[in-house]
Design a binder for this molecule. Sequence first.
Ligand code: T4K
Length: 378
Amino acid sequence: MLKPFEQAIYVTSPFLPPYEEFAKGIKEIWENKWLTNNGPIVKRFEKRLEEYFDNKNICLFNNGTMALQIALQGLGLSGDVITTPFSFVATTHALYWNKLYPVFSDIEEDYFTLDPKKVEEKITPWTTAILAVHVFGHPCKLDELQAIADKHKIKLIYDAAHSFGVRVNDKSIDKFGDISMFSFHATKLFHTFEGGMLSFKNRNLKKKLNYLKNFGFEGQFEVVMPGTNAKMNEIQALMGLAVLEYMDEIIKKRKKIYNIYRTRLKEIPGIITVKEHSNNVVYNYAYLPIRINEADYGISSFDLFEKLKEYNVFTRKYFYPLIPDFSCYKSLQIVDELTVARKVAEEILTLPIYPDLALDDVHKICNIIEEIRKKKKI
Ligand code: T4K
């Protein structure tokens, strides 16, 4: 048996900029004595992101979940929203907190994003929006979803939590739909400890989003709407500014790891890698999802998940169970059998990928996956 890793290998590990660089910024915060409430570093970070995305219509938040909740509130939606069952639970929670009813619709098998045909079948007079997820950074079927939204005059919202840096047809992913949410959580390829961002089509939304994330205050003596507290703070913005400098390097390193995995894993019977992206997509290598075909591999994704722990490798089954299967959403009426989503959730396993993961260790993880299969097949 191959020797287990001496140190645990997790599904991800956050990129950290050189400590001295970050410490310089902390000194600035100490000198400013300005910690939150739209401080100078948050303003600087917002400017840098406007340049990065070439988009003035952005707004920063304390985390992605609050950003998504406020996006829905900002659009003033009510009624039903068609969404995916195959995502992090925060996608649906954001609907819940806005009293919107989630209508779960099945995904397509190549990239695990909403299947547009299934979406259109579910539109009723009560449908006010589609909430789609570029899951693992895989772009949704953008044109098809937009055509449906236009035809039925409903909003198209993207949970782009995983999609920082993704481009389609030479256009950054923030430019699609009515509004997109990016998560800057520590586990994401771009992060600010915790954090989030909205990008939106209608520039008039910015004022409202700014109200909503700051209690609804307009100046010191007026509150114009029941907002909440969802502001990014100075230390988060400092991390963002520092990490942004390394984005190209981060994506390059991830790409190398991604390609090794794909080349190696394709050779192992029963391991299914995600379909190659077409030439018009610039991917960000945010996650490394594979599917396990139990009949060909010998054991299920659940067993492989457990077996890998014996080698000190801690994978995740993002996103199992499906959101409607969590006890808190079990009572919702389900109008779709979610056949593809159920199959994908059963078979999925997300492997470790992060810039500091040594290429030799990637090979070793592949060797282990090979070894586990051989043992089962003998
Ligand atoms: N929409 C989608 C599609 C999302 O995926 C998410 C978040 C959201 C919305 C909401 O955005 P945020 O409000 O979070 O900004 C993690 C993250 O907490 C969550 O942000 C993320 N999605 C989700 C997919 O993954 P867990 O419960 O798996 O995290 P945890 O703590 O188990 O971390 C995973 C591994 O990462 C650990 O085993 C070790 C490593 N790790 C983690 C942290 C926090 C570190 O090495 N250092 C760290 O600081 O949810």
